[in-house]
Write a protein that binds this ligand. Structure first.
Ligand code: SF4
Length: 263
């Protein structure tokens, strides 16, 4: 069974996937930490959504921001403490990044809510679906025939159609989405089609750092690209094929395996 997290790692660097599978023994901690951080971010979205219900159309921007921010800080801190106690390696830089992203998101959402309430002349409670469509979070998708499994960050359901959403804290490209983000999303789209017997034509990547949502069209070439990547992943994970990679300073300098890799 191929986990979509392996596809993501392979797209970042095939050697990283090889080291994770055949050399490094701490990979599970990193994976678990990534899951805990994702869960925390989902809870933050949920809190913002709950807070939004209290906003009235005559409120100013500062008051809207204050209401959306209620309980966010204390929740992040208490959850971060709980994750730290799990000894998964969460550090202060990561915690500060989560806080910064949350408040950036609150600022953008406040502006959008204010604008929408003014144009539609409604309180926030009446337009909540505009900002938070019916969604499922951290949804486990699996296809035994394809031998593919993965946890989709978010699935939005609008007018009976399903949209896979991938939430990223990485820097976005200048336009469009990174190849690895598109491949990850098409994997979720294919699993979604199987699970709900539906067709998925488009998904979205949410780049949290800049509060931007970018579409990915699930065309034939992207679908074929996924199957090619799955073949390469299997070669590395099942057949221990050592990949031939060219070092990329931009990636290698930030890679936790650079010491192992040099050896
Ligand atoms: S150090 Fe570079 S080549 Fe080695 S695993 Fe990391 S990203 Fe890949």
């Amino acid at each position: 069974m191929i986990n979509i997290s392996s596809i993501k790692t392979h797209m970042y660097c095939p050697m990283k996937l090889y080291i994770q599978n055949h050399v490094d023994t701490n990979e599970n901690d990193d994976y678990q930490l990534a899951i805990e951080i994702k869960k925390l971010k989902i809870d933050i979205f949920d809190l913002i959504q709950k807070n939004m219900r209290k906003i009235k159309k005559d409120m100013g921007l500062v008051q809207i921001e204050q209401i959306l921010s209620q309980n966010i800080d204390s929740y992040i801190k208490s959850t971060a403490d709980a994750i730290i106690s799990m000894d998964l390696g969460l550090n202060n830089e990561q915690i500060n990044q989560i806080i910064d992203e949350a408040y950036f998101n609150i600022k953008i959402t406040s502006l959008k809510i204010k604008q929408a309430m003014t144009i539609l002349d409604k309180n926030a409670f009446a337009i909540i679906d505009l900002f938070f469509p019916n969604s499922m979070y951290s949804y486990l998708l699996k296809d035994s025939q394809l031998e593919l499994i993965g946890m989709c960050d978010k699935i939005e359901i609008i007018d009976g159609k399903y949209y896979p959403i991938s939430i990223k804290s990485s820097n976005p490209p200048l336009k469009g989405v990174w190849d690895q983000d598109a491949i990850e999303l098409v994997a979720y789209a294919i699993l979604l089609e199987e699970e709900f017997e539906t067709e998925v034509f488009v998904g979205f990547v949410d780049y949290e750092k800049i509060g931007d949502r970018r579409p990915v069209v699930m065309d034939v070439n992207l679908r074929k690209g996924l199957f090619e990547v799955m073949r390469e992943v299997k070669e590395i994970t099942d057949n221990k094929k050592l990949p031939n990679v060219r070092k990329n300073p931009r990636k290698c300098d930030n890679c936790e395996y650079k010491d192992i890799c040099i050896k």
